[in-house]
Design a protein around this ligand. Structure first.
Ligand SMILES: Nc1ncnc2c1ncn2[C@@H]1O[C@H](COP(=O)(O)OP(=O)(O)O)[C@@H](O)[C@H]1O
Ligand SMILES: [Mg+2]
Length: 380
């Protein structure tokens, strides 16, 4: 299943995170504290499928859920509006929550007015409640709005979990407002959890938001699967079809993919197609590797490279030639025969395109696993 989003045939190696989420979801419904989670990982490591799996869990545990993919351009408020509306409508279906959900809709109406949200088809027929969620200051208003939704969820004996994928596309004030709103919900014991996902650099928040975030959230790193999980991710689906794969073949797949979920799916897909008979053998994997690399080089990797200008491309190729990352910016500058300062804007521009990030001061790394290999293959 080399496709972003839908559940892979075997969601391998994420039991600890799923268990933690299941516990948190149940605890908040019972009025106990627990931490929201922000999944941090590179492209293709399985954050979106994990968020989807947690959403399914949340619903199974009686939560009302809202799922947003933060847009590369656009405002959080616009995205939230129809989702919160839908959540409140669902909550209003609980007899015990009718009044609270109605108050929630009034707060949402004020919010929509304050942020001049184009309400389109999702109009609200109630009057706003003056002074609630209508200041135009996102931090204040999101607190009010979350309080209102949280009280409705509480009255319903339910919970509200909010899922936000691609958190890096929120701007700082939006992220900060979100964190403060979750902080207030925690303090007032409301059954709200946030599950977010984004690349590792979003952990580097500043100011108040940072000190809250450290206490409020766990930041599970989502990375390559360990050996046993990587094997399971390939072998389980094959065996479910009544077929098998040789151990050496399986080992070869895990070796070339380094256990990265997206690459595992790509190799699994190609190996299955390459094999004329079962069990899938080492030779099938060799053929799969040719096809898989070709597809990745022409697709997954290529589309990312194409976002760079020629100068930016020189920069990332210089990185790759230094071996596997992270890299010192100073070493990249040396390799290009330029100063770190003069390369600053170029580096910043590549960061803003989401190709590289700074895992620590003065360091730089690729946001896509095995991108360095790709660049060395392509620009040798
Ligand atoms: N735990 C896992 N086990 C097996 N395959 C996985 C796992 N997590 C993700 N995948 C697969 O990896 C690919 C990338 O997943 P996705 O959630 O889109 O990554 P991300 O959101 O981190 O970029 C998909 O093809 C998905 O099916
Ligand atoms: Mg994703």
């Amino acid at each position: 299943m080399p496709v972003a989003g839908p559940k892979p045939p075997e969601l391998a190696g994420r039991d600890v995170i799923l268990n933690e989420a299941a516990i948190a979801l149940q605890r908040v419904i019972h009025g106990r504290h627990d931490r929201s989670q922000i999944l941090l990982g590179l492209r293709g490591t399985g954050k979106t499928v994990l968020l989807n799996a947690i959403e399914t869990l949340a619903q199974a545990h009686g939560h009302i859920t809202s799922f947003i993919e933060a847009p590369e351009t656009g405002r959080l408020a616009d995205q939230l509006y129809p989702k919160v509306h839908q959540a409140l409508r669902k909550l209003s279906g609980f007899e015990a929550a009718k009044a609270a959900a109605y108050s929630g809709l009034r707060a949402l109406r004020g919010f929509a007015g304050a942020f001049k949200i184009k309400i389109g088809d999702v109009a609200i027929s109630v009057d706003p409640e003056p002074g609630v969620a209508d200041s135009g200051n996102l931090e204040f208003d999101l607190v009010d709005l979350f309080q209102a939704v949280g009280r409705a969820a509480q009255a319903a004996g339910s919970g509200w979990s909010l899922f936000i994928d691609e958190l890096q596309y929120l701007d700082e004030p939006e992220l900060a407002a979100l964190i403060v709103a979750i902080h207030r919900s925690n303090q007032t014991n409301l059954p709200i959890l946030l599950f977010g996902a984004g690349p590792p650099q979003i952990a580097a928040l500043s100011g108040n938001a940072k000190s809250y975030a450290e206490r409020l959230f766990s930041f599970p790193p989502i990375g390559a699967l360990d050996d046993a999980s990587a094997r399971a991710a390939i072998r389980q689906p094959i065996q479910e079809e009544g077929e098998d794969i040789e151990d050496v073949a399986l080992a070869a797949i895990v070796r070339v993919t380094h256990g990265f979920p997206y690459f595992l799916q790509e190799w699994g897909y190609q190996a299955w197609n390459a094999a004329a008979s079962s069990p899938i053998a080492e030779g099938d994997v060799a053929m799969a590797s040719v096809n898989a690399l070709k597809r990745l080089d022409e697709g997954f990797f290529r589309v990312r490279l194409d976002r760079l200008t020629p100068k930016e491309r020189d920069y990332v190729v210089a990185m790759a030639r230094l071996g596997s990352g992270p890299y010192r910016s100073a070493d990249v500058a040396d390799a290009l025969g330029e100063s770190v300062q003069s390369l600053g804007p170029r580096r910043a521009s590549i960061i803003s395109k989401g190709m590289i990030y700074s895992p620590a001061h003065g360091d730089i790394a690729f946001t896509v696993p095995m991108f360095d290999d790709f660049l060395r293959r392509t620009f040798s």
